[in-house]
Design a protein around this ligand. Structure first.
Ligand code: ADP
Ligand code: ZN
Length: 215
């Protein structure tokens, strides 16, 4: 399947994407994971992106489009892909349309995962992430803690609170979302293939997508 997953930070895009990859072998492409990997590896991209990310601001569109142009041409995308955290601005959405046209790729669906803001705020404050860039497993201190405190179940690396998951940075990320990313709903509604799914549970969101795509 070839999907765009829209939704606020903490709406569950990553969790839904991971569940969907298990269905048909499509790959999850998370620009956030790619950027955090670059920051940890200390590459030029990482150095440029780090300041924006820690403040909770968006990384410039040109950098993101550079990443995505390469990523979408890698062979593992042929089976399908789930775009998680991209596009995040109208210019990115417009550039993506050009890119898909150039690569002769048709999207199946654009899904907006709609979750109330208070649920999201609470989730982000209690979210913890595996610091291993190859893993980046997500935990939650309340609802899904690692078996051993502070240690990733999957790879044994430390599980940490992200630098952009302080209350201040989270509030800012949600404001940036409302200003820059929320308008994508209107953009894709006009384009067709758009579905809004209200879902606090990722399983329900996945079931709704499967039903829509008859998978
Ligand atoms: P979340 O969805 O939880 O906010 P992500 O992991 O998707 O987190 O993104 C973390 C940060 O990486 C963002 O706050 C932003 O700085 C940067 N980022 C990720 N994707 C994009 C994008 N498509 N455009 C601009 N910045 C991005
Ligand atoms: Zn891990």
């Amino acid at each position: 399947m070839k999907l765009i997953l829209l939704g606020a930070p903490g709406a569950g895009k990553g969790t839904v994407a991971k569940l969907l990859t298990a269905i048909d072998g499509s790959v999850q492409i998370s620009t956030g994971d790619i950027l955090r990997g670059a920051v940890q590896a200390g590459t030029d991209l990482g150095k440029e992106a780090e300041g924006y990310m820690n403040r909770g601001d968006l990384v410039p569109d040109e950098l993101i489009m550079g990443i995505m142009e390469k990523r979408l041409q890698e062979p593992d995308c042929e089976k399908g892909f789930l775009l998680d955290g991209f596009p995040r601005t109208i210019p990115q959405a417009e550039a993506l349309q050009e890119l898909l046209k150039k690569l002769d790729i048709d999207l199946d669906m654009v899904v907006n995962i709609d979750v109330p803001r208070d649920v999201i705020f609470d989730r982000l404050c209690t979210r913890r992430t595996c610091e291993n860039p190859e893993c980046q497993a997500i935990y939650n201190v309340k609802s899904n803690p690692p078996k051993k405190e502070g240690i990733c179940d999957k790879c044994g690396s430390p599980v940490i609170q992200r630098a952009d998951e302080t209350e201040k940075a989270i509030g800012h990320r949600l404001d940036v979302y409302n200003e820059k990313t929320a308008p994508l709903v209107g953009f894709y509604e006009k384009e067709g293939k758009f579905h809004n799914i209200t879902g606090i549970s990722s399983d329900i969101v996945v079931a709704a997508i499967q039903k829509e795509l008859r998978l």
